[in-house]
Design a protein around this ligand. Structure first.
Ligand code: OXD
Ligand code: MN
Length: 579
């Protein structure tokens, strides 16, 4: 392999700090993957599962205190605190390095340091970017094989000797007290210590593709977003590409792989978590999926909610923290209506009813090419043309099932106004409403006020600016039940969105945007009354006035850095709601 001298030097320096007993450069080959699996089966990092029904699948049980992203230990380490902004944890670079340096010092003694050159994005795409990460975790290496393009393909894609994001990862002692996930955007550097969990440890994903990616995107004039990408095919065979931002564990993977309940309509999967989006020479926005696989939430994945994912994880999949049936098959809540007898829980203990069998944030890691709905063009180097953005969150109240922004600026406002109920994908309390602009709160690598400004600027460069929509599958009625069936029926909402893009789609104007007219949504064959649909689409002025008051408080922390058009749209919406 033709390694660059800058990379070699950096790797040597890192080995000097972490003191591994040997250093192995990864080539990304199948043989290497198989060697790692063998080694992990030997030392117990991986457990076999039933190879007849789940060929090529394995189970990893993580440390019980290392099961989700730890946002309170995640920092943006810019020279100026204001550049990280009020929504990020910030630490001065020197302090961060001194602290984490203590944890890294000699952390790899007696262990192998793997060097992983990786490419985010399809080979041959000008939108793709390279990284080199080191780790002392074989589980991380095997997962990176699935989630990124590893080896020579990455080295070849480097434009210069120093054209890479550098990432240092060590399991350390896995103690949350000695865990830090640090981002140094000005140095193109990531340091992560003390966790083996995907979002903290697979550095290509959240740390590179989103936090550092968003920083680079702003500098270079593109967007790095927490978005799925899909192609929606109509009965005539025409495909419309959409990108949708949704918070972690809020149905992104399900929507990315949805099986339509509407005859003739079909969803093609391009990506399920991250989109890198550029404005092309004609002013069209085009998106690539920088990842190579899916790191999806297992619980509630079933033949009913996501038949494609259920089929996809039947082979060549690494499961983390799921339960096992007596015949050694992976199991998680929701996979079957009733739990099978004799389950072993995610910690390897006989399962006690009333406790989680699989961890609520248990995961599957699998190659995208295994997905039955993967789009034939998902690795197209020039990406797919995006016709609309969707912002979705998890709110039991206030937010209608779907509505459309009046224009780009209004859509950016709607994205910036997003809030959501928290899930098990992050350590902390579940079900609390928190602000989550564009589903990027935990992932934006710089001041979010500047991020809103960057979105506005992209719109002015896009001669064919995508339409912007807001969705909420999670609204509940007074009886506490969901108002909308979700899953495959969400394609009914996508159909209305496609119709709006093409100039049809009946809609009515409200103070917050365009809502489907009473007969606008195709609800044929759905056991929902008109009143229920009206309830799902309702704009409650009182609720909205209160919500926008809270939004104003959130904006307040950005001070003068908040773009004026965002503040003006808030004021205008409040005025309309009072009228
Ligand atoms: C993820 C997340 O794993 O958002 O995708 O937490
Ligand atoms: Mn995500």
């Amino acid at each position: 392999m033709n390694r660059t001298s800058v990379a070699e030097k950096w790797v040597d320096g890192t080995a000097g700090m972490t003191r591994p007993s040997n250093v192995v450069w990864c080539d990304g080959s199948k043989a290497e993957y198989e060697r790692l699996i063998e080694e992990m089966l030997r030392d117990g990092t991986l457990l076999p599962v039933n190879t007849h029904t789940y060929p090529g699948c394995y189970l990893h049980r993580s440390h019980p205190s290392d099961v989700a992203r730890t946002e309170q230990l995640t920092f943006i380490c810019t020279r100026e605190k204001d550049d990280a902004g009020p929504t990020n944890n910030w630490m001065a670079p020197a302090e961060a390095k001194a602290k984490a340096g203590e944890y890294f010092k000699g952390a790899m003694r007696g262990r192998t340091m793997y060097v992983i050159p990786y490419l985010m994005g399809p080979a041959g795409s000008t939108m793709s970017r390279t990284g080199i990460m080191v780790t002392d975790s074989a589980y991380v290496v095997a997962s990176m094989h699935i989630m990124a393009r590893v080896g020579d393909v990455a080295i070849k894609a480097m434009r210069r000797d120093d054209d890479f994001i550098a990432g240092v990862h060590s399991l350390g002692d896995l103690s949350p007290d000695r865990r830090l996930i640090l981002h140094f955007p000005e140095e193109k550097l990531i340091w992560s210590v003390g966790s083996g969990y995907g979002g903290n440890a697979l550095l290509g994903k959240k740390c590179h593709a989103l936090r550092l990616g968003s920083w680079q995107a702003r500098q270079e004039g593109w967007l790095a977003e927490h978005m799925l990408i899909i192609g929606v095919e109509d009965p005539q065979g025409e495909v419309t590409y959409l990108a949708a931002a949704m918070p972690s564990a809020s149905g992104k993977t399900n929507l990315a792989m949805a099986v339509s309940s509407l005859p003739g309509w079909r969803v093609w999967t391009v990506g399920d978590d991250i989109a890198w989006i550029h404005v092309d020479a004609t002013g069209q926005l085009r998106a690539i999926n920088p990842e190579r696989g899916f790191f999806g939430v297992a619980p509630n994945t079933s033949p009913r909610t996501n038949p494609n994912a259920t089929a996809m994880v039947k082979s060549n999949t690494i499961f983390t923290n799921v339960a096992l049936t007596p015949s050694g098959e992976p199991w998680w809540e929701g996979l079957t209506p009733e739990p099978p007898a004799g389950l072993v829980d995610w910690q390897g203990q006989p399962w006690k009813p009333g406790t989680p069998a699989a961890h609520p944030n248990s995961r599957f890691t699998v190659l995208a090419q295994q997905c039955p709905s993967i789009a034939p063009n998902w690795e197209e180097p020039q990406g797919v043309p995006i016709s609309a953005f969707i912002f979705g969150s998890r709110r039991s109240k206030v937010i209608p099932l779907v509505f459309e922004a009046f224009d780009w600026g209004h859509g950016v406002f709607l994205g910036s106004a997003m809030s959501t109920e928290t899930t098990a994908a992050i350590t902390g309390q579940v079900g609390v409403v928190r602000r989550d602009p564009m589903a990027m709160l935990p992932f934006c690598g710089y001041n979010m006020a500047d991020y809103f400004g960057h979105w506005l600027a992209i719109g002015s460069r896009a001669s064919k600016a995508p339409r912007i929509f807001r969705v909420n599958w999670f609204r509940r009625g007074d009886d506490g039940k969901f108002l909308w069936p979700g899953y495959g029926d969400n394609v009914r909402v996508l159909k209305w969105i496609v119709e709006r893009i093409r100039g049809g789609g009946r809609a009515q104007e409200t103070p917050i945007g365009w809502i489907p007219a009473p007969d606008g949504l195709d609800t044929d064959g759905l056991a929902l009354s008109r009143a229920q649909i009206a309830e799902a689409l309702k704009v409650d002025r009182g609720e909205w006035r209160q919500a926008l008051g809270e939004l104003g408080d959130f904006y307040g922390q950005f001070g003068a850095r908040l773009p004026q058009p965002i503040a003006a749209t808030l004021a205008e919406t409040q005025r309309k709601l009072r009228a």
